[in-house]
Unconditional design. Sequence first.
Lengths: 237, 236
Amino acid sequence: MGYSQRLDGRKLDELRPIEAKAGVIKNADGSAFFRIGKTSAYAAVYGPRELYPKFMQDPSKGILRCNYSMMPFSGIGERVRPGPNRRAREISLVTEKALAPVVELGEFPNAVIDVFIELPQTDAGSRCAGICAASMALADAGIPMKDLVAAVSVGKVHDKILVDLDYNEEAYEDGPVADIPIALVPSTQEISLLQMDGEISKEELMQALELGRTVIPQIIEIQKKALKEKYAIKDDQ
Amino acid sequence: MTTHKSALLIKEKDVVVPGDELAQGMDYLPGQWTYRKGDYILAERLGLINIEGRAIKVIPLSGKYVPKVNDIIIGKVIDVTLNGWRIETNSAYSAFLSIKDATSEFINRGADLTKIFDLDDNVVAKIINVTSQKLIDLTTKAPGLKKMIGGRVIIVNPNKVPRVIGKQGSMISMIKDATNCKIVVGQNGIVWMEGEPKNEVVAIKAIRKIENEAHISGLTDKIKMYLEEQKKQYAL
């Protein structure tokens, strides 16, 4: 029979409802909020600023430092132990690597750009939401960037290739599941994040990636609209 | 080879974000904060579009201060070293003010440098050199460059400083006249002021208003009216 109908009634290539807003944290140099379905992420950017300890400085280019963190109440009732752990460190690292291809770090030798990502609520796809929020926050902070980055998970549930898995789909038990978070740089079509949990055949992986490429422009549009809204010249003034 | 049709994809004063396509074809040139990608010119930074002839550039709306030679900035002394002072500049890098560039007076070897500038002093200084590694050298050897005593410091968006100052200083002198405050605006977005507490409040409110409405034309007249209004409210 297979997975003929998604649990939340979406079409196979349909994203969860997305909400984005720029400039939500006034004290930061740049910030953004990004929500996809029940997963929401705040990102705050501080810097470029001087990097200490000094031995970490790189005289040829700046350093992008990301920090991913789930809030204690962000799970499904069970308290999430706050602070860095193995998983958070890994996601911080892949977030840095997903964003690095677009950020012009050569402009800031010896400096650091700090990106803090906090997740008040998660329902799968949190690293993707974090990357989307972080890329908006970097643009809001006036950091030179070649492009925005958007991320989404694609994958396979039972026999269907689909996008943006939620927690129920990740935990689907009647068939094989593959969850593949990807991040895409639209102007070059470069994939800057590719991870996988589960199993999938080579052909199906290629299909899933193609599907990802077709839906990511929708996310980019929402990110751009939110950024432009913050800086739009208001007519009533 | 095919002939390309050139087209502008945005208009003057549009807000653009990184990755936005600005123009197609070779008839347009990428200016500041834009780059060419194949047939297209793309934006490299969030800002407003400015088109000058064939060149398209992006004027940033946000972001930290980028140190430039000959800019007058206000900084805070964060360290006193053997041969000068380290100054915090509100940019990504701190600056260095050496004794040689600080004063024309003779200073004995081993003299106490805190007598000239102490920790946490606010200093108005001019940038004399910026290296490729962004080492910034300052001087205080020119008229108006000195330590600011007392007063308060507010930080504004460095990209809005030209509007806060106005054409030939018109905006800032209007606020000074209206509020009787001493005000110094650094290009790095740090504003030092001193006056009666009530006057300071009005001056800060006016500067914040300019910062928020920097894009509006006829802002000087609007701020003039605003200052009148505020002066009545605070009975200055």
